[in-house]
Write a protein that binds this ligand. Sequence first.
Ligand code: AP5
Ligand code: MG
Length: 223
Amino acid sequence: MTASIGRVVVLLGAPGAGKGTQAQILSEKLGLAHVATGDLFRAAVRDETPLGVTAKGYMDRGELVPDAVTIEMLLERLAKPDAEKGILLDGFPRNTAQAEVLDKALADKGGRVDVAPYIEVPEADLVGRLGGRWICRAAGHPYHEQTKPPVTPGICDADGSELYQRTDDQPATVQARLQQQLGALDLVVDYYRTKGVLKVVDGRQGIDLVTGDLLAALAPANG
Ligand code: AP5
Ligand code: MG
């Protein structure tokens, strides 16, 4: 890890809750490095690295990648210089073991999780969000067929790259992800509630309203 670490925000939410959508907006507004373990895994799968070969089977089955692999990847990412400006974590931690490792790694550098906003969305809404999602090849900018269509179909508004559907957004894999991951998420939410840093945000609202609530939750007086 870098010699020092700035503000650390942990964005929590179920698959499809809107973590990636909001993390891209918030990281830019707040000047934080956006660290998304799912994006790191997808880049490794695309590049066919040993990490990607290991991760692919778990991701395709909708399971969490084993902690040892995930934690090593996350700690390597946090060692990069941009972590000094502060980080916004998206998709990590996914279980209490990961949460404990993160706390220890941050404490070693005099840091801590400042705030853990939880974008709460009912399970029934998540399937439609994931089934209609398209993301861009260049930077993972997320779109949705109904709620956030791109200006030109199939093309990213932000960078002009091609839009595609994630293989784990197939209906059977979506069911597996929800079935296997929601229980662990509940425990992580409880973990941060106990630490006194949890902020629950109503994720059923439109994207802009969710952003507004998250910014309020992240305001220094609340952090
Ligand atoms: P990851 O990539 O982290 O996926 P996830 O947690 O399942 O979450 P998603 O990226 O699917 O959803 P999101 O919350 O980012 O929603 P989005 O903003 O895109 O992980 C993938 C896999 O990698 C895991 O299954 C696991 O195998 C592995 N992995 C990753 N991290 C790991 C870890 N720490 N440990 C172990 N394994 C790990 O939005 C979804 C859709 O909804 C979009 O279409 C969007 O346009 C739309 N939308 C967003 N907000 C709204 C809104 N307010 N109203 C209406 N529509 C909205
Ligand atoms: Mg995401």
